[in-house]
Design a protein around this ligand. Structure first.
Ligand code: CUA
Length: 177
């Protein structure tokens, strides 16, 4: 079969690109261990306010002494409205939305997640310094999106009194792979 030289160059070019894309995917999966989230915890958005995991929002301690923060996002606010946390201490965040997709960003820290109805978004991080942080929704969610914000107060860890310990109602464990 006679293939025009010009066409042949394009075929080889596409072949090289496909190999590069595949190699990049293989490299991130194998060498960098970057994988899509697995064992994602789900929730019924219509029942989320009465779900035992989200019935009470705010800061809590698990039986091992780790801090957790449970947050409910909705048009156009976050619950709890204002939360005090210790600076420099790992906190595991558990978030869900009872209506549409929202964003959760603690500006000035690396705490950020997309909050999707039907799913529990979970991650562990620290709030770096004591101070007042603005928490903003960074996914467009409707007419009141620009007003969807709240405040986090980070106090020095020595001045912080941990909340009473309770059983962890979440099944997945954030922080690992
Ligand atoms: Cu919620 Cu934008």
């Amino acid at each position: 079969m006679n293939v025009d030289l010009y066409e042949r160059i394009w075929m080889w070019g596409v072949g090289v690109m496909l190999s590069l894309f595949f190699a990049a995917t293989a490299y991130s999966a194998v060498a960098r261990e970057i994988h899509p989230p697995s064992h994602v915890e789900t929730i019924d958005p219509a029942q989320s306010m009465s779900d035992p995991r989200f019935a009470k929002q705010g800061l809590w301690t698990d039986r091992d002494g780790n801090l957790h923060l449970t947050v409910m996002a909705m048009m156009y606010t976050f619950l709890p409205q204002r939360v005090t946390v210790p600076a420099g201490v790992p906190i595991t965040f558990h978030l869900t939305s009872r209506d549409v997709v929202h964003g959760y960003q603690v500006i000035g820290s690396n705490a950020q997640a997309m909050v999707v109805p039907g799913y529990v978004s979970q991650f562990t991080t620290i709030i770096p310094e004591p101070g007042e942080y603005l928490i903003a929704c960074n996914e467009y969610c409707g007419i009141g999106h620009h007003q969807m914000s709240t405040t986090m107060i980070a106090v020095p860890a020595a001045e912080f009194t941990a909340p009473e310990a309770m059983d962890n109602p979440f099944t997945s464990h954030a922080g690992g792979h």
